[in-house]
Design a protein around this ligand. Structure first.
Ligand SMILES: N=c1c2ncn([C@@H]3O[C@H](COP(=O)(O)OP(=O)(O)OP(=O)(O)O)[C@@H](O)[C@H]3O)c2ncn1[C@@H]1O[C@H](COP(=O)(O)O)[C@@H](O)[C@H]1O
Length: 97
């Protein structure tokens, strides 16, 4: 798979899990958590700290892995907040100089 397709495909899976929750799905377990959006935000916080520590300690492989965890949980938190990834990407595009 082309790396630029990964984000689109992952976003589609996250939205599908939100619309049709499945018992064995990690994404569904977060999106239907009793703590609601707070659970997703908690994971973003945790993964951000782990990413910072890995990068600060210059552990390259772990930084890549924690970066992926952070990006994934960020996407889940966006969905939990009813914000489409396109809104964020448009915001970024609008900042191009
Ligand atoms: N990219 C990911 C991905 N990255 C990380 N994770 C999960 O995120 C969790 C990471 O949390 P932690 O390391 O904090 O582990 P933990 O302590 O067990 O987690 P918590 O109990 O604290 O939530 C692990 O359970 C990982 O399996 C992911 N789970 C799913 N995906 C993608 O999401 C898709 C849908 O997944 P399901 O919803 O499970 O079908 C998959 O096909 C993947 O593409």
């Amino acid at each position: 798979m082309q790396t630029h397709d990964v984000l689109d495909e992952l976003w589609a899976v996250i939205c599908e899990r939100a619309e049709n929750p499945s018992e064995n799905s990690y994404v569904s377990s977060i999106l239907t958590h009793r703590k609601g959006v707070d659970k997703a935000l908690e994971k973003v916080g945790e993964e951000a700290v782990e990413f910072i520590l890995a990068a600060k300690n210059q552990v390259r492989e772990r930084t890549v892995s924690e970066g992926a965890d952070l990006l994934f949980h960020f996407l889940v938190a966006l969905r939990a907040s009813d914000i489409d990834i396109d809104e964020v990407l448009s915001e970024l595009a609008g900042r191009r100089r």
